[in-house]
Ligand binder design. Structure first.
Ligand SMILES: NC(=O)c1ccc[n+]([C@@H]2O[C@H](COP(=O)([O-])OP(=O)(O)OC[C@H]3O[C@@H](n4cnc5c(N)ncnc54)[C@H](OP(=O)(O)O)[C@@H]3O)[C@@H](O)[C@H]2O)c1
Length: 273
């Protein structure tokens, strides 16, 4: 799998990761939980590492922690999670709980989820980074209604990462946020790269376009992910999945040809359903 540098350090990050919203909110012992080692195995076997979670995602952090601790999956994860609460003490409590559930001493990336209490939480995150309990700090959002505030924070704060929604059907981040992230040396994780799943479901009723083979794609999910990776500001896309075959298919988008914006200019319309 290709990787791209995190601007703050130059560390290489594989370009496809795994989101855990819904897909990893599973109870141990359930048939769905039993799929999860296969999801992370598919990610790691393809050369990926980024696993994105949040205390907002129910049992997802606990599921990631348990699967990794059971040792059946080999690979070095890059663990990203979030703080999603108000107030310093509550933020610290929540992050301590995330470390416990993920069964780690250090989170690779801690993000302020949906900008909730961002000024207060970022202050704590910086202290945690100094203390070596998190390696990178960032903010997230998923809705264009928040872009003005996201832009303000990107301009005024020193961040390592921005996580934002971007897909063939949600291109608003191209206007200001992605260029600004590049200018400010901020890595970008892309959430909702498959349009939250809805875009992909609609496209799957159609035949793949004839040109898919030109860039080595055999599925709509690969096309949608390669579209996202065409933007030079994007560091890694994190499609959500609780399905091993879906994760394996998605990971393929991170290898082979990744064409730039020029390629998509005339083909983008084929990705809309
Ligand atoms: N504010 C925030 O911080 C924020 C907001 C939104 C999302 N996120 C993060 O970003 C991640 C990605 O966003 P998302 O999960 O909302 O949307 P997404 O990645 O665009 O779509 C996920 C959906 O697509 C399905 N899917 C994935 N791969 C597939 C494949 N190859 N074939 C068919 N179906 C496939 C998944 O179902 P299966 O499980 O069946 O594969 C799931 O229903 C989240 O999981 C979360 O970690 C963060």
């Amino acid at each position: 799998m290709h990787s791209r540098p995190i601007p703050a350090t130059g560390e290489a990050l594989p370009v496809i990761g795994c989101g855990t919203w819904m897909g990893f909110d599973r109870a141990p012992g359930s048939a769905e939980f039993a799929q999860l080692p296969g999801v992370l195995a598919a990610l790691f076997e393809a050369g990926g590492s980024v696993v994105d979670s949040s205390p907002m995602y129910g049992k997802a952090e606990a599921a990631v922690g348990q699967v990794l601790a059971e040792g059946a999956v080999q690979g070095r994860p890059f663990l990203a999670t979030k703080v999603w609460t108000t107030g310093r003490a509550a933020g610290i409590r929540q992050m301590e709980e995330s470390l416990r559930l993920l069964r780690t001493q250090c989170i690779d990336l801690m993000q302020v989820h949906n900008l909730v209490d961002w000024a207060g939480q970022l202050a704590t995150l910086r202290q945690w980074k100094e203390a070596g309990r998190v390696r990178y700090v960032g903010i997230t959002h998923y809705a264009s209604s928040a872009y003005a505030e996201v832009e303000q924070v990107l301009r005024s704060e020193r961040l390592d990462f921005l996580q934002i929604n971007y897909s063939a059907q949600e291109r608003g981040a191209e206007r200001r946020l992605l260029p600004l992230a590049a200018e400010r040396g901020v890595a970008v994780l892309v959430n909702r790269p498959l349009g939250g799943g809805g875009l992909l479901r609609r496209l799957r009723a159609r035949e793949l376009p004839a040109w898919a083979g030109e860039i080595g794609c055999t599925s709509w999910s690969q096309l949608l992910l390669k579209f996202v990776l065409a933007h030079p500001a994007v560091t890694c896309a994190i499609p959500g999945s609780g399905s091993p075959p879906h994760m394996a298919q998605n990971a393929l988008a991170g290898s082979g040809t990744i064409p730039g914006a020029e390629f998509w200019r005339e083909r983008h319309a084929d990705l809309l359903a």
